[in-house]
Ligand binder design. Structure first.
Ligand code: AMP
Ligand code: ZN
Length: 666
């Protein structure tokens, strides 16, 4: 077998294992063997760039960055759905369609209405070629790169009855467990939790860096095949075919012979929906026979052959027992309502976030009030109103705290922010513990084995002041504090020592500067290159960096203006932590100054990232899309035709990597 055949075989095999794992939930090889095969394929592809394939299983990890998403027209318009809120609405609808098609018996499909972001996928010869968001229904944004990272989206399908070209529609959703996991991480990093899975899913589609999308536990549920030929007779048959082709079609759809059977489906899911691992906001009832669908057609906004039935948001009344205040890593205070336990949507609710002082004031909340609690799009239940009729005369209003519940320092609030803060950065225990916990977290320094409780003990017993002191920690320190086994203590000390090789951009993130998340940290590290340059940067200089506004700039300057933080940095330096970018990004020349490059395709002398880094090392700028300001398009193998047309349209010069080398060696 030659290399090309070997690569093709591995790709086909991995596509199939991917399907078995994610769609069928019935893997036939272990994760380890899967990873080995993937690594083997990756190595072969790296060594043979001319055999690049954008739909290879290796592309699932993402890495491509989209600065501006292209807006493209939908081949078939994506309509909305008409809504109904009660059974009579559905009966009225049935009357209308009976009249319209001239028969008085129709059968239906009932599907769950997944609450996420709509997506339209186009396949040609079995390969995914394009993914568009719904947009305004006429045109959407092209998010193909990001969609490829979602494991339940097949990149290549091989069933024999697949049309040569078709579009399939679905919903990108974030399962509840994944959403909770993401929020846990965000809270641990001192960031506001996301509001609900739906917005988080749709926000994910528009992330510029596809490798960040790859890390999110998104799913893609499909519900409609669209072709220009009549491939199927019924909606049911199309769903079954989509399933067979390897798409993820949740198995809850059903055939209903009449409206009574539709109602039975509604009854069932009205009760059971809270047991689903993802959110739905209703049921979609569709006329099953596609010939009738065609006859019924569309109104200006929606198909006449489908109707969404919306569930009511579940709500109950309960009593507010207390309000407690939590202190986060950055000192942000979050008020939390303690409620008399009550059953809502299948789970017992005891707490609800009250967000901030304004939210409490807006509700006009008093202690012991009877409140209405709702679980709609949000997982975390929400207090939506106060039942004023049930308020007892001596229920005192909630007075927002003025002092930190942990360290009793006077709280502060910036006029343009909703949150109160405890300003006692260096002395407030939860803030100190939170900073160390953030420093060691997986996406920061990735130091395993230290839990929040151990950190708290270490701080309380003065074994460490800040995260920089971790590097002086001995096994003895750990063993004497806790009933830690020698082996675990040894591993922790090893993990701390190993963290000195973590790259600079993750160190910048680990420092725990307010508003500096992973993406911003990367931008800062890339732009400034060393901690010393970053520490010296003024607000104005920081603001020149892509995506960095005044709020982040001021926060960075304030962080480094603090003497304690500067000492911490010196300790990290002494411990050998990476405080500059790996040498490759150091400037070499400025022969490309004032030039803007767009890089596209596959190269043989460089990886795409190397090429971009080389441009920057020589003073050039790299952008992701072609505009009239682009100086050169560096074109490799397999560059898309759209790029070429666009470059020609703007009169941008197209050069090869050989031309490029000549340019920098000039
Ligand atoms: P709406 O946004 O309320 O007009 O509802 C229409 C949207 O519901 C569509 O754009 C889809 O994204 C979404 N949807 C979720 N599940 C389904 C389903 N089973 N069938 C059709 N549309 C669905
Ligand atoms: Zn405090």
């Amino acid at each position: 077998m030659n290399t090309a055949e070997k690569i093709n075989q591995l790709r086909a095999e991995l596509h199939e294992h991917n399907r078995r794992y994610y769609i069928e939930d019935a893997p036939v090889i272990s994760d380890l063997v899967f990873d080995q095969k993937l690594a083997e394929l990756k190595a072969l592809e790296d060594a043979n760039p001319s055999l690049f394939d954008g739909n290879s299983p290796t592309q699932r990890v993402g890495g491509g960055v989209t600065k501006n998403f292209n807006t493209l027209a939908h081949e078939y318009r994506m309509y909305s759905l008409d809504n109904s809120y009660n059974r009579q609405d559905l009966l009225d609808w049935e009357q209308r369609i009976h009249k319209n098609v001239g028969v008085d018996a129709l059968d239906y499909t009932c599907e769950l209405k997944y609450d996420g972001a709509s997506i339209s996928l186009t396949y040609e010869n079995g390969a995914l070629v394009r993914a568009l968001t719904r947009g305004d229904g006429f045109q959407g944004d092209e998010v193909t790169q990001n969609i490829k990272t979602i494991k339940t989206v097949p990149l290549q399908i091989s069933a024999s009855d697949v049309p040569e070209r078709f579009t399939i529609r679905g919903e990108i959703i974030l399962p509840l467990s994944g959403f909770e996991q993401m929020n846990k991480q965000r809270v641990a990093q001192g960031e506001e939790p996301y509001m609900n899975p739906r917005n988080t899913a749709s926000g994910s589609l528009k992330l510029q860096d596809s490798s960040l999308v790859a890390e999110r536990p998104l799913d893609c549920f499909l519900y409609q095949v669209v072709t220009d030929r009549n491939v199927f007779k019924t909606q049911l048959a199309s769903l079954e075919a989509a399933k067979r082709w390897g798409f993820y079609v949740p198995s809850h759809f059903t055939h209903a012979a009449n409206m009574q059977e539709v109602f039975a489906f509604l009854d069932y899911w009205e009760q059971e929906r809270s047991a689903l691992p993802y959110e739905i906001d209703g049921v979609v009832v569709k006329v099953n026979q596609l010939a009738y669908q065609e006859q019924l057609g569309y109104t200006a906004k929606s198909p006449r052959w489908a109707m969404a039935y919306k569930f009511k948001a579940e709500a109950v009344e309960t009593q507010l027992e207390d309000v407690v205040y939590q202190v986060g890593r950055t000192g942000a205070i979050t008020p939390v309502a303690q409620l008399k336990p009550v059953l809502l949507g299948g789970t017992i609710v005891k707490r609800a976030s009250l967000h901030n002082a304004d939210f409490i004031a807006g509700l006009d909340l008093h202690m012991h009030d009877v409140v209405s609690v709702e679980k709609g799009g949000e997982i975390i239940p929400k207090i939506t109103s106060v039942n004023h009729k049930k308020r007892l005369p001596n229920n005192p209003p909630i007075n927002y705290i003025s002092h930190c519940p942990e360290c009793h320092t006077s709280l502060v609030r910036n006029p343009e922010e909703a949150q109160h803060y405890c300003p006692n950065v260096s002395g407030c225990l939860p803030q100190r513990v939170g900073r160390v916990a953030h420093y060691i977290s997986r996406k920061a320094m990735d130091i395993d084995g230290l839990g929040a409780e151990t950190i708290q003990l270490l701080i309380k017993n003065n074994r460490i002041e800040s995260y920089a002191d971790l590097y002086a920690l001995t096994e003895h320190d750990l063993i004497s504090l806790e009933r830690l086994a020698e082996k675990s203590a040894h591993n922790i000390v090893q993990a701390i020592a190993a963290s000195v090789t973590v790259p600079f951009h993750r160190v910048v993130f680990a420092l725990g500067i307010r508003y500096v998340g992973q993406t911003v940290a990367k931008k800062l590290a890339q732009h400034f290159g060393t901690i010393d340059a970053l520490m010296k940067a003024s607000v104005a200089e920081l603001e020149t960096v892509d995506e960095i506004g005044i709020r982040i700039a001021q926060s960075v300057v304030a962080f480094f203006a603090d003497g304690v933080n500067r000492m911490t940095i010196e300790q990290l330096r002494a411990a050998g932590v990476q405080l500059e970018q790996a040498i490759s990004s150091q400037p070499i020349s400025d022969v490309l100054a004032d030039m803007r490059f767009v890089v596209s395709g596959v190269f043989s002398r460089y990886s795409r990232d190397e090429l971009k880094a080389t441009i920057e090392q020589h003073g050039g700028k790299v952008s992701s899309s072609i505009s009239k300001n682009t100086t050169y398009l560096v074109a490799g193998d397999k560059m898309g035709p759209a790029k070429k047309i666009k470059a020609e349209g703007f009169g941008v010069k197209i050069i090869s990597e050989i031309d490029f080398d000549a340019l920098i060696n000039a």
